[in-house]
Design a protein around this ligand. Structure first.
Ligand code: ADP
Ligand code: MG
Length: 501
């Protein structure tokens, strides 16, 4: 088979492009509010039903290097922006597909790369200067959360979920600080923001379901650990007295704890606790929770203002808090709260089964993430791929400023940008071409809020529908997609490593 320009592209390029396009094709049907879900089997044979691009790509067994690069770019997008992975991958796939056409017209990969690079710069500048909007309204944050949730399992409870995400991020400051705990059973609407901290543990020995005092210890309550590494020879009698002396020190520690918790309570201990100590404390109505992660201790300290004691000798006072024990799905949880002002935010998710809950958690992750992006810099754009279509129009108008063949690459870049609104429309069962033409027409007339109408086809004012997303999401998607495309285009050979002898 001979094609025009065959000499300009190597076998590696063709294979890389094909592999990358296949990966993009796999996630294409999930994009947008009417996107479909994928059912997948993970390595352990568990069923995953998801609409999340990053999750699908993570589970895909991609072996071709070109495909792998696309999977990597989805991960980057998810790490930086939490959302927009499908868009990034589809856009990268389209950029590569369009470069194939340019190869055929005789363009050298380097010229294409240069053109794509110029186009990216121009597009991002236009995005920041002209397309990006800014305000500090809470409603905007709620809309941003809703846009991220549309099309996901969470959509059934969109108002509750969006409101919860915004409150949680406002309280905690950013998405990472929001803790999410899910309890199967109940309905999504019963999810709520808990003003305290939850420890996924039970007492060592059984006790009451409610307590009102606590103590936090950031070490263990047992004999010195390093003793385990010493070898000593003792006769039976000395061994008894040696053991007894260890026990006495432990019990004196326990007595110390009883003194600061005279009415009983709970001791949260980071490390192991000797059984004698647990038994002694229980007699004094003190429950022990052992092997509590340090991060949980810190959260408990924030919520109750309790001091975290580094050694048992330092213990001085206990703190007041309401501690309630509840069993969910056969697992005990301790709910700890107090009247102290703090910035711990714990989202409690309810849902039917653990399968749906996993997808619900992924949806929450996206929504919390995008809300925190907009909370940081207040910049957002109208969604539905409008930003992409506007960048495309801008590029087409200005491609001629760049001389030579690179302008062909800029035009190809512009065409590729439109794949986002086109796919959103197509996945909703409408004609993508009609949508794109209508959007171009509106943009030319200065109506920059018209994007795909997923319900009835054609275009609709998406600003009035509150379809907003972070500017950063679009910016990063364009940057990452064009970067990975350029790397793939620059590869002219794949060299296998010499097998190990
Ligand atoms: P991604 O992984 O790229 O976030 P999604 O499946 O979440 O993929 O789809 C996101 C796209 O859907 C964004 O471009 C977003 O603006 C768009 N979108 C969300 N809600 C609507 C809506 N009501 N109408 C049109 N487009 C929407
Ligand atoms: Mg999304």
């Amino acid at each position: 088979m001979t094609e025009i320009g065959e000499s300009k592209k190597s076998k590696a390029q063709i294979h890389n492009i094909r592999a990358a396009k296949t990966v993009a094709e796999t996630v294409k049907s999930t994009l947008g509010p009417m996107g479909m879900d994928k059912l997948m089997l993970d390595g352990h044979g568990n069923v995953i039903v998801t609409n999340d691009g990053a999750t699908i790509l993570r589970e895909l067994d991609v072996s071709h290097p070109g495909g792998k690069m696309i999977v990597e770019v989805a991960k980057t997008q998810e790490n930086l922006c939490y959302d927009g992975t499908t868009s990034t991958v589809i856009f990268a796939g389209q950029l590569l597909a369009n470069s194939e056409a340019l190869f055929e017209r005789g363009l050298h990969p380097n010229v294409i790369c240069r053109g794509y690079h110029e186009a990216t710069q121009m597009a991002i500048k236009f995005l920041n200067d002209e397309i990006s909007l800014s305000n500090k309204k809470r409603d905007t944050l709620v809309s941003v959360a809703k846009t991220a949730i549309t099309g996901k399992t969470l959509e059934n409870a969109i108002d509750t979920v969006a409101e919860l995400c915004v409150s949680a991020v406002e309280k905690a400051g950013d998405a990472e600080s929001v803790k999410v705990v899910s309890f199967p059973g109940g309905s999504l609407e019963e999810s709520y923001l808990y003003n305290g901290s939850i420890v996924n543990k039970d007492y060592v020995l059984d006790g009451e379901d409610e307590y009102s005092n606590l103590l936090l210890i950031n070490t263990g309550l047992e004999n010195e650990k390093n003793e385990e590494n010493i070898q000593v020879q003792l006769d039976a009698k000395s061994f008894q007295s040696y053991k007894a002396s260890g026990k006495t020190t432990l019990i004196s520690l326990a007595k110390n704890i009883v003194e600061v918790l005279p009415k009983g309570g709970i001791v949260f201990v980071r490390d192991a606790v000797n059984d004698h100590v647990c038994a002694y404390l229980k007699k004094n109505n003190i429950m022990v929770v052992r092997r509590v992660p340090e991060s949980s201790l810190r959260a408990l300290s924030k919520v109750t203002d309790a001091t975290i004691y580094q050694t048992p000798d330092e213990i001085e006072v206990s703190s007041i808090a309401s501690i309630k024990r509840e069993k969910h799905n056969d697992v005990w949880y301790l709910f700890v709260e107090s009247d102290i002002e703090h910035n711990e935010a714990t989202l409690i998710l309810r849902g039917a089964t653990s399968h749906t809950l996993e997808e619900v958690e992924r949806g929450f992750d996206d929504a919390l993430g995008v809300v925190s992006l907009v909370l940081k810099n207040h910049n957002f754009v109208i969604g539905g791929g409008i930003a992409y279509a506007r960048m495309a129009s801008h590029l087409r108008q200005h491609a001629a400023q760049i001389g030579g063949r690179a302008q062909m690459a800029i035009e190809a870049f512009a065409d590729a940008l439109e794949v986002i609104p086109a796919t959103i429309s197509e996945n909703a069962g409408h004609d993508p071409l009609d949508t794109i033409l209508a959007m171009r027409h509106e943009i030319l007339r200065g109506n920059v809020n018209f994007g795909p109408n997923v319900e009835d086809g054609g275009v609709i004012d998406l600003a009035s529908k509150g379809v907003f997303e972070p500017t950063e999401l679009v910016r990063q998607a364009v940057l990452s997609a064009s970067e990975v495309t350029n790397s793939i285009l620059r590869i002219d050979d794949i060299v296998a490593r010499r097998p190990l002898e």
